[in-house]
Design a protein around this ligand. Structure first.
Ligand code: FE2
Length: 438
């Protein structure tokens, strides 16, 4: 074998597992693997997981915070205005440089697949060209999937549909949309119909920014589920944000949830962004705004957590750490039961991998040898500590290594201590119900 990782804990709670890797693929996952590896890594009982996956990101705006000015109100609408000011000033080279820089951060944090929306409302399609180049450059180490995103509205912006078709012809992978930003609710529904029909024609996936408002009467997810069902797009469509569901009438949601599940539409919440951008018209109490994650999961809907933004017009925070995203999602959705906490880990790994349709993702023989060794003993501990990524592996090659973060304490009357990560009673080792190992 090219590489053997010994004594790993897996996301589903199995302990003492050896992982054999050969030819860039996982060859064996078993206890006490007899075969030797050209290189051997001792996981020391720590968690080995398939890589993190970000199902919702904006790489054309990443690391542009402060260009040309900061978002003073911190609101979504000022962010969109600010992005409109920045767009004509964008230079392709600088955009590529910022995106490449972010991809370095991502790899160091074990984030090896990203679905990024790219704004197609600039007739030059400069960001599309730039991110297609970035996709080509990072392909050996990171899967970048691009979504043609009509930020200014498909029907509201005169050239948007033509530009979207051009972007797809150039190699953009997924059809995007923003129905709640169209001029009327009817135009929003019309945009969904047009985009889903186009995706069905072209055999493409769909991922729309959908109902990213606090309007309890926004109904675009209903239309998206209907069109998905009508056109036979089950399993290929995602609704991103869905924040209006937070505020909708409970009776209506009781009808909507099975409709979404039946249509095979996935949901992508963006906890860091939803908790900061939603509820801005509220005084007190302020709504959280994130979609109904536990209820969607209970209905059988795939729910992923996305990062959405890092240091851009909408968000002056972030570092490409999907454990930070899972940590926030867990808190905002109050998913504090042990099975629910484990689900939050899957929402930044196995679930978005399914939504993106990543081939060969997982921890079974035959899967790509894409793995992350974390400085934690379980998925829940990884979230609690936003654990260091000790080793990041892609196709059997080590891409990144980092020493675990440790402080040494020299307290009067106490022996020197360095390891504070484990609780006295580690009850977090295995999820309550066996999880998807990826
Ligand atoms: Fe977004």
């Amino acid at each position: 074998m090219d590489l053997v990782i010994r004594n790993a804990t897996l996301p589903d709670g199995r302990r003492g597992i050896d992982i054999g890797i050969d030819g860039g693929r996982i060859a064996a996952v078993e206890t006490r693997l007899a075969a030797r590896g050209a290189r051997e890594i001792d996981a020391g009982g720590d968690l080995v997981t398939p890589p993190f996956v970000d199902a919702h990101f904006h790489m054309d705006s990443v690391l542009s915070h402060g260009l040309p000015r900061v978002n003073r109100s911190g609101t979504l609408l000022e962010g969109i205005r600010l992005w409109g000011e920045l767009k004509p000033l964008l230079a392709q080279e600088a955009l590529i440089e910022r995106a490449m820089h972010y991809c370095d951060w991502a790899v160091a944090r074990g984030l090896l697949a990203i679905r990024s929306h790219v704004d197609i409302c600039d007739d030059r399609l400069l960001a599309v060209e730039a991110l297609l180049e970035v996709k080509r450059l990072v392909a050996p180490y990171l899967d970048l999937q691009l979504v043609a995103f009509p930020q200014d509205g498909l029907l509201r912006s005169a050239s948007a549909f033509a530009n979207l078709r051009r972007a797809i012809a150039m190699g953009v992978d997924v059809v995007g949309g923003i129905p709640h930003f169209e001029r009327t609710m009817a135009q929003g529904a019309e945009s969904i119909r047009l985009l889903c029909e186009f995706a069905a024609e072209q055999g493409l996936r769909v991922d729309m920014h959908c109902d990213e408002t606090d309007d309890p009467l926004s109904r675009h997810i209903e239309t998206l589920a209907y069109e998905t069902h009508r056109l036979g797009l089950q399993g290929r469509v995602a609704g991103s944000h869905l924040t209006s569901m937070h505020s909708m009438d409970n009776y209506y949601v009781s009808k909507l949830l099975p409709l979404i599940a039946e249509s095979g539409v996935a949901a992508i919440a963006n906890p860091l962004i939803n908790i900061t951008l939603q509820g801005r018209h509220d005084t007190y109490p302020k709504r959280r705004g994130m979609t109904r994650v536990p209820e969607l999961l209970a209905a059988g809907v795939d729910v992923a957590f996305g990062h959405d933004c890092v240091l851009d017009p909408w968000y002056g925070m972030g570092s490409g750490d999907m454990l930070e995203v899972a940590h926030m999602g867990l808190h905002v959705a109050q998913m504090t039961g042990s099975a629910a906490m484990h689900e939050c880990f899957l929402a930044v790994s196995a679930t978005p991998a399914r939504i993106l349709g990543l081939e060969g993702y997982g921890l079974a023989p035959g899967c790509h040898a894409d793995l992350v060794l974390l400085d934690a003993g379980s998925t829940v501990e990884a979230i609690r500590l936003r654990a260091a990524r000790k080793i990041v592996i892609r196709r059997g090659q080590v891409l990144a290594e980092a020493p675990p973060a440790r402080a040494s304490l020299y307290l009067p009357g106490r022996p020197c201590a360095t390891d504070f990560r484990h609780a006295a009673h580690d009850t977090q080792a295995a999820p309550e119900k066996p999880g998807d190992p990826g």
